[in-house]
Each structure stands twice: as structure tokens, then as C-alpha cells.
Design a protein around this ligand. Structure first.
Ligand code: ZN
Length: 246
């Protein structure tokens, strides 16, 4: 009989991707909270109603560079943790797909806010790579429509005004309840329902580690708070976990 290996859940937010050149858009201090005109571009009502909002949204996506960003030492450390054989699940608030690009198996990543790497037709729900739609923008289509039915294309992200996917949220809840160690990385833990996850982990008896540049509401309840930059803090934490020194 082999001993049960402890399940590690890692919740990641914008902070893990800033070293890859992707700014924090969605967080409490993020760009979209500070700039109402920018927030319009990622709010479902205006996006569906107004072709001009969509035209500006496509230009924003073209210029944001999220599709060309490369994973950094933080993403790579989590891949190393997974390859060590410890059971790991990543719950991410990010839509950049950098965990998978770094080498984390897609089946071990739950994308709570969806993905910016794909677009979906709001009418017939066909899915296509965002890169393809951006090629059409570059070729002179300011608001590329679904090639099949002419419907509006939107990224497969959870926009403002949209609810999180209940299936994904339920899976995140199950992983959180089952884990022995819950690590929150680069997230303010202030935006619900994701902010409820550390509380669920604590109530289920898991240990909690917070890795974030700024204080979070869970710092006092955490077993450990790491305030260093994520690109150095996470590799060091992973080395301890792999060595069984935690
Ligand atoms: Zn369509």
C-alpha cells in the first residue's frame, strides 16, 4: 500500500503574469476598475450592443500582446512541482493560458475566468483561435464576425456582467475541499466568488499559504505569508515542497 500523497491546490491571479508583461486588468487596482471607457470593452452588454465598442475591443486585444507573452519563472516553478509527482491542481483567474504554455497539463488547470486564446460565436457557439480573428483584424476587418452564421465573436473569457461557468466553479470548489495545501499566488483575494476559496480550504482543514506583494484579507488566517516577488518566491517554495520540507 502506498501512502496517500497530499493534494496541492494553487490559485493564481494577475500577479503571477505581470513578470510576463501582462498588466493587472481585472483586480481591485486594475486598469479596468480605474478606466470606465476601458471597462466598457470587456462588459458584455455594451460589447454585444455596440459595433464601435467591439472595434475598439479588437484593437485593445491586438495591442495587449497577451497571445505572444511567454511564461516566467513562477509558471515554470509550478510545472516543476507537477513533474515532481506531487498531485497538483491549478485554479487560475488569468485568461492568458501561460500555465499550459509553460507545460502544465491542460487537464490540471481550471480557468475560472475562461481563456483569451479562443473566441466563440455568441449565436452558433462555434469556437476558433483568437489569433485567427486577430489576423482578420490585421487584414482590415475591424469587427470580424462568425464565418458560419455572421454572429458576434467574443473571447471565451468571463466578461463583466457575465457569471462564472458553474461547472468550472463547482470543480474548483471540489478541488479546494479535497486539498491538503492551498497556495494563493498573486491574487488580492478580494473578488468573489474566487475570494471564497481560501475560506473553504481552511474550513476543510487545509493549510494556507499566501504569496502576494500586497496584504490580503487572509494573511492572518494563513499558515505562511510570503511577500517576495513571485518569480523568486515560487521557485523557492516549490523546492521546499518537492524536498518534503513543508
Ligand atoms: Zn456563428
Amino acid at each position: 500500500m502506498t501512502a496517500k500523497r497530499p493534494l496541492i491546490a494553487v490559485l493564481t491571479g494577475a500577479g503571477i503574469s505581470t513578470d510576463s508583461g501582462i498588466p493587472d486588468y481585472r483586480g481591485p487596482a486594475g486598469l479596468w476598475q480605474r478606466d470606465p471607457a476601458a471597462q466598457q470593452l470587456v462588459t458584455i452588454g455594451p460589447y454585444l450592443a455596440d459595433p464601435d465598442v467591439r472595434r475598439r475591443a479588437w484593437l485593445m486585444r491586438r495591442d495587449a500582446g497577451a497571445l505572444t507573452a511567454e511564461p516566467n519563472a513562477g509558471h515554470l516553478a509550478l510545472v516543476e512541482l507537477e513533474r515532481s509527482g506531487l498531485p497538483v491542481r491549478v485554479l487560475t483567474q488569468n485568461v492568458d493560458g501561460l500555465h499550459q504554455r509553460a507545460g502544465m497539463p491542460a487537464r490540471k488547470v481550471l480557468e475560472l475566468h475562461g481563456t483569451a486564446r479562443e473566441v466563440e460565436c455568441v449565436r452558433c457557439h462555434v469556437v476558433a483561435p483568437t489569433a485567427e480573428a486577430l489576423e482578420r483584424v490585421a487584414a482590415g476587418e475591424p469587427d470580424p464576425a462568425c464565418r458560419d452564421c455572421g454572429g458576434v465573436l467574443k473571447p471565451r473569457t468571463v466578461m463583466f456582467g457575465e457569471a462564472l461557468d458553474p461547472v468550472v466553479l463547482q470543480q474548483a470548489d471540489a478541488v479546494t475541499k479535497a486539498c491538503d495545501l492551498f497556495i494563493a499566488v498573486g491574487t488580492s483575494l478580494q473578488v468573489y466568488p474566487v475570494a471564497a476559496l481560501p475560506q473553504i480550504a481552511l474550513e476543510s482543514g487545509a493549510r494556507l499559504v499566501v504569496v502576494n506583494g500586497e496584504p490580503t484579507p487572509f494573511d492572518e488566517a494563513a499558515d505562511e505569508v510570503i511577500r517576495e516577488p513571485i518569480s523568486t518566491a515560487l521557485p523557492a517554495l516549490v523546492r521546499r515542497l518537492v524536498a518534503g520540507r513543508f
